[in-house]
Design a protein around this ligand. Sequence first.
Ligand code: DGL
Length: 263
Amino acid sequence: MKNDKERVPKIGVMDSGMGGLSVLKELLDLPYSASFLYYGDLANAPYGEKQTSEVLELTRNVCNIFLEQEVDAILLACNTATSASASKLREELSVPVFGMEPAIKPALLAHPDEKIALLATSVTHREEKLQALKSELGAFERVVHLNCDGLASLVDQGKWEEARLLLQNILKIPQEQGIRSLVLGCTHYVFLKSEIQELYPEAILHDGNQGTIRHLVRSLHLDEKQGQPNYTLFFSSVTNREEAEGFASSLLQKSSGLPPYKR
Ligand code: DGL
């Protein structure tokens, strides 16, 4: 980050659509002076059902927009974009790049003798990043993969009832197998915590938002700049930008129904 004590750090936060707002929402709760530029790539959403090379290209394009805006750091507030591009973009870009990690480790630690279930997109499930994490944790036998393709788009469109129906189907597997610990491996799903909890009251939910935020705050020394954060929203869908911005603002108010998971 630029070496100016007075300067308010500018941080680009990106996602394929609305999901990264669940991370931005938690960042805005912190009493630190920072400017967040949020970019939702709605014109190209969802990312999770695309080829990895395409997700890399799209994420790179958004990062280049951030660089034109002279950001000090970039947060890929999207597990899919992180899986497909974080290591590459860290090599290429001149600013620090932060990403998301599914909260598998805390979930495994919290339930030592049980299996856990990971809800994520196709890209996140199949990419090397997740395989490496499972191998590091020796967790190949304990993670059950739940493919949730389609769910992020429903969140982007605010189709909560349809999301609920899709979830009902997805949750049958952990319910039938008695798996209580669910890892929300996509930032969109954090907006569905209440719905998941209602459909499966015994479930214990884990997400990676707080872990990423702690890492970002520590690395950028945000806590040395007490004050109020501010934010600007951008979306790549030009046709209904106002509608997208209005919906995004309502999502920033939407309660997940649960306190953020603390690691
Ligand atoms: N929010 C994104 C994630 O965390 C995925 C949504 C998508 O498929 O675009 O994985």
